[in-house]
Design a protein around this ligand. Sequence first.
Ligand code: CO8
Length: 257
Amino acid sequence: MSFETVIVERQAAVGIIRLNRPKALNALSLQLVAELNQALDAFETDPEIGAVVLTGSDKAFAAGADIREMQPLSYVDLLADDFVAAWERLARMTKPVVAAVAGFALGGGCELALMCDIVIAADTAKFGQPEITLGLMPGAGGTQRLARAVGKAKTMDMVLTGRMIDAAEAERIGIVSRVVPSAELMETALAVATRIAALSQPSVRLAKEAVNRAFEGGLADGIRTERRLFQSLFATEDAREGMAAFTEKRVPHFRNR
Ligand code: CO8
């Protein structure tokens, strides 16, 4: 696959997508989102791939939607062509996606990170929802996913003031899973993705689905879904193998069945 605005690579069972519009700090143009989606589709359907790492450059994960592209659009244009809907592809991935974030993750860039399952940040990372400073507001799930991730106090602070927070604060409030020195960012994200890709894929997929359910509906519905998914894993050979390996004190050999 060859694209203009993303670079796609693979390392064993891990797919790597690097956002690549360096002159615009990886602003998320229509072309970039379309190419990102094609790359995600390809990894989603590739049986050799068990997890994906999404990253940007040292300076920017992504500085938001492309403001130059949005500037001429009217309300009616957005009603007629719901281009924000294309952004949701990432959130619909069934395979785990690890975000490796260095530099700016702003606006739609922060929202993309929030759609990922695990966010590893370099100590240089800066997160923010600055749309309010443009007379706008977050439009790709930011108000909803951020509120679920960090609660009302921090969400209102970020969304209503547009201030940026550093990696340490992002970790403290729950946007980020781990902060590492920037030189170790990709190595760490790849290690996390490689570890996940080596596990039983049915259990990874259903565990991801169950955790996501916690953020989509009410508690009773989430608990019920979790129980059904947990029960269904007892139909897999991998669960038999995993439990047998534990009791036999050996390493499990998962075959994704
Ligand atoms: N869109 C378009 N171009 C951008 C963007 C952007 N979001 N961010 C940076 N650029 C461009 C700059 O215009 C500049 O280009 P040029 O050299 O041609 O002038 C280049 O990238 C470098 O940027 P700066 O010179 O500004 O770099 P600095 O290091 O001085 O500043 C900042 C970096 C602080 C990140 C600054 O660029 C900035 O504030 N960028 C805008 C951040 C922002 O407001 N993001 C939110 C955008 S709105 C949004 O994301 C809404 C999402 C809604 C859902 C999706 C709907 C499509």
